[in-house]
Design a protein around this ligand. Structure first.
Ligand SMILES: C[S@@+](CC[C@H](N)C(=O)[O-])C[C@H]1O[C@@H](n2cnc3c(N)ncnc32)[C@H](O)[C@@H]1O
Length: 568
């Protein structure tokens, strides 16, 4: 048998095609320089060798101090560092490296892998669980987006994964992750493809930039899992990560440990991850192929490339509206998407949901019958991908005034102002506004318009004294009476520490998704007039809540807003 050749012995990258070549002269002869002379090819080999030597001497080494200056954003710098380490670059001047070297492992020593805890874990060790579990998480992610059923334990595991992303990849402390608020997420900004987060909720505000992929994972948790945890009877404190009982998660470290246990991996603390983050990468025996093998053994299949494809880009290319036609195979492939039906099917689910929403918005006052929905479908002229009329009827959720007036939860929530599913968002020139962090079905009560209700002539006089601007003072006609809600003083006297959300809702006459309605509620101290906001149509997560102030900026003279109940 011929001796085994050391394939990697003299790998040199071709400077024509930028691909590493085992036999560069042969490659140039056959591929990149087949029409040139021997002399030209020899010169090219010399040029490539020199480039390789230069790179080995200088290009492979990065100076951490220079990186700090050039990449002041820590999260981006760490992402770059991680990438460089994975590619076996050398990083000098890492302030923690000297410490690490003197304490434990000599440079170049192999990291213990498998189930034993390495004495001094590298960043790769700490983040392994993210890589190993990724294929599973992408499957859950896809199911969530497709509105498919996801088991309770899988939902919880997905939450652990999201927590682990923030701790192990973005080096947030477990307490900061626990304290993360839904409004922190709502107020994130996309800048050049990185999702900037500013965590206001911790004592020290933290800033970091997520990749789009990580952001998509957290958003799937936020939009598809968290709303199912929200319970009216529980105070979620506006936290981002909630237990399935709807309470803020108790212990992020334990959650991440459970994720590690699930994948039979040693667990690392956030401090270890932070330390590893700034420790110089020692050359490691970690082969990314190991992870792929573990994954394959565990799931009995290879990493699904399909999972990595970006359905968001697909939707951008082919917007799924109630009336759009599905992209044909030819169009899908021409746009660079896979020819199979995976994205196509997902696209149809998105459209189906939009169509249901459209039908429901046409039946706002009373529950539609199956035949009415069938008629509406016919009118739309949809031939395929039609919602089942029965499903549409089943999704209609009205609430009656009588139900609301005696609803103990609504009464308590008006008193404590702990409405669920609402978060504040900065809307720039409009100031703050309120967005939904859970879906509200048409007809549901979203919150109250909190403030002292002043009736009769006194109220009208108050309102008329305000000229020329939208005000924090509104006037309503209800049950044959005039009601004025004084919400000018902010925060209100009765809730000096609460964010009375109803008062933060901005105005829109065209895009209003809320209507104010009037109730007389039975409070322990007696009956009281209350103005509630009812969803005019289904409201989606992240949508801004808006109601028609009934005023025009310049012409406001205290016009009254009618308080028609949705089901009357
Ligand atoms: C009830 S408050 C709404 C919350 C307010 N944006 C805030 O930051 O507290 C009403 C005030 O918000 C602003 N506002 C509401 N809707 C607006 C709109 N569509 N465009 C501009 N400003 C708006 C006006 O300044 C108005 O007086």
């Amino acid at each position: 048998m011929a001796p085994k050749r050391d394939k990697d012995r003299r790998i040199i990258s071709c400077l024509q095609c930028f691909r590493p070549q085992e036999m560069l002269p042969n490659h140039l002869l056959r591929v990149c320089m087949k029409n040139q002379t021997n002399e030209e090819r020899n010169a090219e080999v010399e040029r490539a060798k020199k480039s390789m030597k230069d790179w080995t001497l200088r290009g492979r080494t990065w100076d951490y101090n220079a990186m700090v200056k050039r990449y002041p954003d820590e999260a981006s710098r760490q992402a770059l560092l991680e990438d460089l380490r994975e590619r076996h670059f050398l990083i000098i001047n890492d302030p923690m490296a000297a410490q690490a070297e003197s304490s434990h492992r000599p440079p170049g020593a192999a990291v213990e892998t498998h189930n034993k805890m390495p004495a001094q874990p590298t960043l790769q060790d700490c983040q392994r669980v993210l890589r190993v579990s990724k294929a599973d998480m992408l499957i859950i992610h896809r199911k969530l987006l497709d509105q498919q059923h996801v088991e309770e334990d899988q939902r919880t595991l997905f939450r652990y994964f999201c927590e682990a992303i923030l701790v192990l990849r973005y080096f947030q402390g477990p307490e900061a992750v626990r304290a993360l608020k839904d409004s922190d997420w709502i107020n994130k900004r996309n800048v050049d493809g990185r999702i900037h987060m500013e965590v206001q909720s911790t004592k020290q505000s933290a800033k970091f930039s997520l990749t789009e992929e990580d952001s998509a994972m957290l958003d799937a948790y936020f939009q598809k899992i968290r709303p199912g945890c929200l319970q009216d009877s529980q105070d979620d404190q506006g936290r981002f990560f909630l237990s399935k009982q709807g309470l803020p998660v108790g212990n992020v470290t334990s959650d991440i440990r459970r994720l590690h246990e699930q994948y039979d991996l040693p667990s690392f603390s956030s401090q270890q991850a932070r330390r590893a983050q700034i420790t110089m990468a020692c050359s490691s025996s970690d082969d990314p192929a190991d992870e792929r093998r573990v994954r394959k053994q565990k799931r009995g299949r290879g990493p699904a490339d399909q999972d990595d494809r970006d359905f968001g880009a697909f939707l951008l290319q082919f917007p799924a509206t109630a009336s759009s036609t599905p992209p044909t195979k030819k169009k899908r492939t021409a746009a660079g998407f896979p020819p199979d039906k995976m994205f196509y099917n997902r696209w149809r689910s998105v459209q189906l949901a939009k169509r249901e929403e459209l039908l429901l918005s046409q039946c706002s006052r009373r529950p539609p019958s199956v035949s009415k929905v069938s008629l509406l479908i016919q009118k739309e002229g949809w031939t395929g991908n039609c919602p089942r009329p029965e499903d549409v009827v089943a999704k209609w959720r009205p609430v009656t005034r009588v139900q609301v007036e005696s609803d103990p939860w609504i009464i308590t929530t008006i008193q404590n102002q702990k409405w669920t599913g609402l978060a504040l968002k900065d809307f720039g020139t409009k100031g703050q506004g309120v967005v939904a962090t859970k879906a509200f079905a048409m007809g549901s009560i979203v919150c109250d318009y909190h403030g002292k209700v002043i009736t009769g002539a006194e109220g009208r006089k108050l309102v008329e004294s305000i000229k020329g601007d939208m005000a924090y003072l509104f006037f309503f006609h209800a049950a044959g009476r005039d009601l004025c809600v004084d919400a000018e003083t902010f925060p209100c006297e009765c809730h000096p520490t609460e964010n009375t959300m109803g008062r933060r809702i901005n105005h829109s006459s065209k895009r209003a998704n809320l209507r104010p309605v009037h109730c007389v509620m039975n409070f322990p101290e007696g009956q009281r007039d209350v103005i509630l906001f009812q969803a005019k149509r289904d409201i989606h997560i992240c949508e801004e809540l808006l109601f028609d102030y009934g005023v025009k900026r310049k012409s406001f003279r205290g016009e009254a807003i009618n308080l028609d109940w949705l089901d009357e």
